[in-house]
Design a protein around this ligand. Sequence first.
Ligand code: FAD
Length: 422
Amino acid sequence: MPDFFEEVFSYCQEDLRNHLDLKALDPSYKIFYPDGDVITVHKDSEKTKEELEKIEKGSSKGFDGFIEEATRIYNKVKPLLYGCFTAKAMFNPAYWGLIGEIRAFESYWQLAKKFFKSKKLCYAFTFEAMFMGVSPFDVPAFYSVISYTDHVQKIFYPMGSMYQIPRALEKLAQKFGAKFNYNAEVKKIYSDNGRIKLILDKGEAVFDKVVANTDYAYTKTDLLARRIPEYNYSCSAYLLYLGLKQKVKGLAHHNLFFSQDLNKNLNQIFRDQALPEDPSFYINVPTVTDESLAPKGKDLFYILVPVPNLKRLKQDFLKEEEKLRGIIFNRINQTMGIRLQDLIEIEHKFYPDDFTKRYNIKYGATFGLAHNLMQSAFFRPPNFDSKIQGLYYVGASTQPGGGLPVVLASSRIVADLITGNS
Ligand SMILES: Cc1cc2nc3c(=O)[nH]c(=O)nc-3n(C[C@H](O)[C@H](O)[C@H](O)COP(=O)(O)OP(=O)(O)OC[C@H]3O[C@@H](n4cnc5c(N)ncnc54)[C@H](O)[C@@H]3O)c2cc1C
């Protein structure tokens, strides 16, 4: 979604292209099914349709229909991403028609079912929900905007890694006088005679306005000592960062490995709160696009496995981790014809509770509050505090939601609230 980034830079009278080298990926991604079928999603949709036809005859027509509908929904949803709604807005008749138009009461999965017959293709056009930390069976159909961005806007990568994005934003902010105070942990937030006091790990500071992008649930409970409703949380993730001794053939930059029974896989994560026996997972191989990231002739992998958050996880993650890693490695080895364990030069592991320990994310729920209907739009926490004037909330668990472009939209909402532009 480069338009969200372009907007920030052009607002600051800068050209995004002078700050980030965004490369459109081709192929966009590859999907590996357990029976050996593979779909390559290309930048050119006509080539993607040829791939889909191999899985389901007539599905290229379904693709056109699905994308047309996802595009229609995107055009309705995008303007909403720049507004902060209170629950009261729900009673505004102007929004009632829209609720039907964006298919708020249908699931993402039900939308895909209208256009594709095979489960394989329904998975291929709804899996994106999993990487927002929710199940496509639970999330409203308007989250098909992610399929729209994948297939219509295409997939972009900032050369030099995702980390170039915060670096570019930091430089841009510094140009306008912003000062960054890193490694300073906020311990408490208090209202202080019309101003806002932050208690830091080293000292304290008082401000007229504070914008908190710390995890919303954590900010409310731990920093403000308030009670919060029984929210629904996104799933967590188990991450493996691997530096490999050699390159692995056959993978794209983005790769999805689906489980045999995605429904069971998702039920285990979201309903049973148990570690998946046959997990779906994602492998990112940035060195396919950007060789500068690793020594010559070597690959970088990062593997992301959606797992339950820690609120009600029934097992001890650490006790089960080796087994889970083994299942994932077996699947990769069988599919790619390698022995991944023998190729590893460096391995870093990141567990669900690392999200809590390192980033203060409640229950290790990687993507913050879940994106179900009752936690979207009017029902998602608004971007301002109702008790402390001058305190604002931005980021994944607030309106409009998670993912880097959408989080940028939430920062514009806050900027508009502060400057009175909203
Ligand atoms: C593995 C993974 C892969 C992802 N891939 C993508 C992707 O490809 N594309 C995409 O669009 N999105 C992706 N996302 C989602 C995206 O990263 C998030 O939606 C986004 O970073 C959320 O931004 P935020 O500002 O709300 O929170 P964060 O980026 O989590 O920032 C919150 C910051 O607050 C700091 N903090 C916490 N507590 C305190 C405290 N007490 N005092 C001071 N600072 C504190 C944290 O250290 C952190 O730096 C991914 C997320 C993960 C975990």
